[in-house]
Design a protein around this ligand. Structure first.
Ligand SMILES: Nc1ncnc2c1ncn2[C@@H]1O[C@H](COP(=O)(O)OP(=O)(O)OP(=O)(O)O)[C@@H](O)[C@H]1O
Ligand SMILES: [Mg+2]
Length: 267
């Protein structure tokens, strides 16, 4: 074979190989994209199912207490108690829907407008602790720092951040264990900060998951069958950042977790 023919044959073989490799790469990328799309659909379905399930609780409560109201024969004190329960269940349901609306907006890259008002963070945390203690009566919740800390924040959204930290601390730790909550003021270089810390002696978070717990829908590998959607912390981080603050986590698998939120105080 003359050298020109040989050169062409080698060139042809190389080109064929290159096309083949490119085709395989393309196939692999397509398979990856399909798996990612299927994973996203599964996550969406899981989130939809958990959220719909959670929303049934306040709505069922409203129905139940409304029927109790009807049966109360206008006895003033009974009417009062049931009316308060209905109004609390309605607030809970609305708050869940508001959280979903925030998640949808943030997920589409849109901003959310904070509703800033002057409030006492210590009082808000006390309220959240009482509510969470009712949801997890077997946990011992210990609070420190009663002094009022006034600042300008979005009440409903900060309450959501606190409620999710408390719910995580009890959900991911065994019944009978303790949860420590503290609220304090920190004099930082730029401006004073309110510092909330929530510590539990529960599961902790595996090292590989720690960098991802603030990603939308990410849940650590050790959650077992505990229910959740993986939106609590991701939404919380955005809310805290919109206030100019930060969230930090210290954790070790099997040895509990401490979450610390810092919020600038703008009086
Ligand atoms: N205190 C904690 N102890 C152990 N793991 C935690 C703790 N807090 C959060 N995590 C881990 O971080 C993940 C994300 O938390 P996040 O609050 O965003 O979601 P979730 O609790 O699973 O669901 P939800 O959206 O209902 O709050 C959890 O699924 C869990 O794996
Ligand atoms: Mg949570």
């Amino acid at each position: 074979m003359d050298s020109e023919l040989l050169r062409r044959a080698i060139g042809y073989a190389i080109e064929r190989k290159r096309v083949e490799v490119e085709r395989l790469n393309l196939l692999a990328r397509e398979r990856e994209a399909r798996a990612a799309a299927e994973g996203a659909l599964r996550t969406r379905d899981q989130v939809l199912s958990t959220v719909s399930h959670d929303l049934r609780t306040p709505i069922a409560a409203i129905g139940l207490y409304a029927r109790a109201l009807q049966a109360s024969r206008h006895q003033a004190d009974v009417v009062d108690v049931h009316a308060q329960r209905i109004s609390k269940a309605a607030r809970d349901g609305l708050e869940m829907i508001q959280e979903l609306l925030d998640v949808a907006r943030l997920g589409m890259g849109q901003e959310i407008d904070l509703e800033l008002r002057r409030l006492d963070l210590s009082a808000l945390v006390r309220e959240a602790v009482i509510e969470q203690q009712q949801n997890a009566p077997e946990h011992l919740m210990r609070s420190a720092g009663d002094a009022a800390i006034w600042g300008i924040w979005d009440r409903a959204r900060v309450k959501r951040v606190v409620a999710n930290l408390l719910s995580n601390a009890t959900k991911y730790s065994p019944a009978g264990s303790q949860v420590w909550i503290s609220v304090s003021r920190e004099a930082a270089a730029k401006e004073p900060l309110a510092v909330l810390s929530v510590r539990d002696e529960g599961l902790g978070i595996p090292e590989a998951d720690v960098p991802r717990i603030f990603d939308w829908y990410h849940r650590a590998g050790n959650v077992g069958n505990r229910k959740g959607t993986g939106i609590g912390l991701s939404g919380s981080l955005r809310i805290v950042q919109l206030h100019g603050g930060s969230i930090e986590v210290e954790t070790r698998e099997g040895a509990g977790s401490t979450f610390t939120v810092r919020l600038p105080i703008r009086e």
